[in-house]
Design a protein around this ligand. Sequence first.
Ligand code: MEV
Length: 438
Amino acid sequence: MSNETISGFSKLSKSKKIDWIVNTYFSNQENAKKILKQYWNSDEKLQQLHDEFIENTISNYYLPLGVAPNFLINNTIYAVPMAIEESSVVAAASKAAKFWLDRGGFKTTVISTTKIGQVHFMFHGNTNHLKAYFKAVKPKLLEAVKPLSKNMEKRGGGILDIELRDKTDQISNYFQLHVSFETADAMGANFINSCLEQFAKTFKVEALNFDGFTTEEQQLEIVMSILSNYVPDCLVRAEVSCNVEDLAENKSISGEEFANKFIQAVNIAEIEPYRAVTHNKGIMNGIDAVVLATGNDFRAVEAGVHAYASRNGSYSSLSHAKIEAGIFTFWMEIPLALGTVGGLTNLHPLVKLALEMLGKPSAKELMQIVAVAGLAQNFAALRSLTTTGIQEGHMKMHLMNILNQFEANAEEKITLVNHFKTHTVSHSAVVEALEKLR
Ligand code: MEV
């Protein structure tokens, strides 16, 4: 391992960057270069587009883009694009989609779409003076962002409200401008952050002219201005329901027995954080895959969803299940800040394709589709966990990874996929069968 550092790396050309990387970190430099270049696109314009998404691009990092068809959501059928590396996720989503296709499909509603941003600042002085200042300056704040909010307002969005929040019980002198936004079909991060930075500027400058302040009070200290990825008021609900007896697929387990076991599993995730985290990870398998495929910010979604899962003081299941009057219902409400315009959505050809496959959804429609992918994934995981266990399905999907790892040829793959239809897949069993074959 080299301890070398470099200055001005970002200013080097792509090939010089690669030279430095391979010379510094690789013993087989030609091979390292070959691997990096293998993933370049031969279409130079397309490659340049990808190079310019971020700084210091040296290659492209591929993930499989899969499709889970047969999703019935509010009477419309969708084929859902999913970008993910985990072998069993798309298969599980497809299975759950098919299962609910025959039982009325998924029902969804968008509960709310409000996003939040905050200007964090310090004020040294009389809180009543600050309240009077806020009242006086609020119209000026709204006026100052008009050039930024004009377009958003045309699209049905804009600033909903600005509140002054006193946080001095937790940090001395700490206050916030707590701003709520509607961002229509945009995820809105750029819009929100631009508005907040303008609010901060105007708020600081106008304070210097406010008569109701002492000289010290006029010196407001802005700490930072940034959107919040916690979006508990940008909420979507997804649900499935059917008669309990319709849950039975074969004679091995009755609908009632299945429903009871399933509900037990959900109840455990509701009270046990160790289980809840894995339970919710399964939900995020579905959510992240669609969020990524549609060019949205999965880190923002992850952060917001997990914060929401702990909103009552302890980390808990995002999904819930019950039986009432013979009807099994399984549902989830989650916060999702998504966009179908702006950002990568207009830029990345595969993202555009994924959105077109979904019928060019609005942000609200995409929230519903993404929530369904999460609920379907959770249903599939719990169904396996409470019946056969997940390894059976998981290892079947993983079989191909093991075969590829040992560079099995097409013929060997066919033979061994057939063989493992009736034998238990394990790493050693696959290696052994492959060795026998060779
Ligand atoms: C694996 O990626 C996800 C699961 O562990 C989810 C769960 O346990 O519910 C199968």
